[in-house]
Design a protein around this ligand. Structure first.
Ligand code: FAD
Length: 376
């Protein structure tokens, strides 16, 4: 039996894949109930191909918004790179889907039998033996499982016990995310846009007929706090040189719908697994959000775990899983870290923009598609 810790994108998708493949599991989550908080995320074609393999693709599409064009631009919305997603749709069956994170989580939960998800159950520690793992929860209860999958996010308890030397890195950038309770003007409905300025950037996409998600990133020290009474004025000032749509989005978003997080990732580790315990998703390889791939990689993890367990039903497949995923995921983590540095350049932003404009479109598309490809 597999015990999955964490009902985030990775843990829930693992449960759904296991459900489809008849792999025995139980899922434990520390919160009392699914969270209604969060903002928009993008599900790239690689994530959507996995969801197609499961039963949840249609319900997920029902609550999301299809993005057919992705534009990287300067602050005035003059393109540096502009990619139609239709070739991706032709090749992989899907372009990108923008979706509210809370709606995604709820849709995934609905596909899992209620008796297999245990809420308000936070793992405290574990004890590994050759044939099983004894898990202790913070409420004092214990259970035994043949295998343990740590899908408990960037601050993973499972990881901190399994690999105590793992390190979370601060990127030097902080991010505000907002959800405006309105659609975008029609011409922007199916577009994902990221505007690069000098030391700041702003991104947006519509999530549904009455929700639009945006993010604002600036270079900053870690752990700064906002004064909510002046936050909007500060954001408006920060983005005063940007396209008027940016001002409208900030102005129209309710202050309680704006959240802030420092951007971090996990310094790539030598291993994600040891014996009968394996980490997946952000617990194993949290990445900066600059390529919109953290959730997608957690979803891919779920898929490959399921595939390998089915192929080698009587073996511990965690080592094979790590081998299969390591190179691809670490290359995304590295590329995403570098992209963030380039995106938030303060000096040299004009040169950066000129270089980006000069990159042949086919190279940009090739790089994008290498990420979309599941590489089975
Ligand atoms: C600003 C921002 C924007 C992003 N945008 C995108 C995007 O557009 N596309 C994309 O693909 N990815 C995006 N990501 C990345 C994505 O959010 C993560 O990679 C993804 O959520 C990882 O899923 P996970 O299941 O591994 O972890 P999480 O989603 O963090 O889930 C972990 C779960 O484990 C639970 N948990 C924690 N501790 C315990 C415990 N002790 N016991 C039991 N349960 C526990 C938590 O409550 C949580 O439910 C973004 C991230 C950020 C920060």
């Amino acid at each position: 039996m597999y015990t999955i810790i964490g009902a985030g994108i990775g843990g829930l998708t693992t449960a759904i894949v296991f459900e489809k493949l008849n792999i025995e599991y139980q899922l434990f989550e520390k919160t009392k109930a699914p969270s209604a908080l969060g903002a928009g995320i993008w599900l790239a074609p690689n994530a959507l191909q996995v969801l197609e393999f499961t039963s949840v693709l249609n319900p997920v599409f029902k609550v999301g918004n299809v993005i057919n064009r992705i534009t990287l631009s300067n602050e005035k919305l003059a393109p540096l790179a502009d990619s139609s997603q239709l070739p991706a749709k032709e090749k992989y069956g899907f372009s990108t889907l923008a979706i509210h994170r809370a709606k995604l989580q709820l849709t995934l939960i609905e596909a899992i039998p209620k008796e297999k998800i245990h809420w308000n159950k936070a793992i405290k520690s574990f004890k590994q033996s050759k044939d099983s793992v004894t898990i202790t929860f913070t409420d004092g209860t214990q259970m035994q499982s043949q295998y343990l999958i740590g899908a408990d996010g960037i601050n993973s308890k499972v990881r901190s016990q399994l690999f105590p030397k793992s390190q979370i890195r601060y990127s030097g950038q902080t991010c505000w995310r907002g959800v405006m309770k309105k659609a975008l003007p029609k011409e922007f409905k199916d577009r994902g846009i990221e505007m690069w300025g000098k030391g700041v950037r702003f991104g947006l996409s519509q999530l549904s007929a009455h929700e639009t998600s945006w993010f604002a990133v600036k270079n900053s020290k870690a752990f700064q706090k906002d004064d909510k009474t002046i936050l909007k004025q500060e954001l408006l000032k920060m983005f005063k040189n940007f396209h008027p749509l940016v001002q409208e989005l900030i102005n129209t978003t309710e202050i309680q719908d704006i959240i802030r997080n420092d951007i971090t990732d996990l310094k790539p580790m030598k291993h994600w697994q040891k014996g009968n315990i394996c980490l997946i998703g952000d617990a194993a390889h949290s990445t900066t959000p600059n390529m919109g791939q953290g959730g997608a990689q957690a979803i891919e993890d779920a898929y490959y775990l399921g595939k390998l367990i089915t192929k080698y039903p009587n073996e511990n497949i965690f080592n094979k899983f790590e081998k299969k995923r390591f190179k691809r995921v670490n290359s995304i983590v590295r590329q995403s870290w570098l992209t963030g540095k380039i995106a938030n350049l303060k000096t040299g932003a004009n040169i950066r923009n000129a270089v980006f404009r000069a990159i042949p479109k086919r190279l940009i598309d090739k790089n994008m598609y290498s990420v979309y490809d599941l590489n089975e």
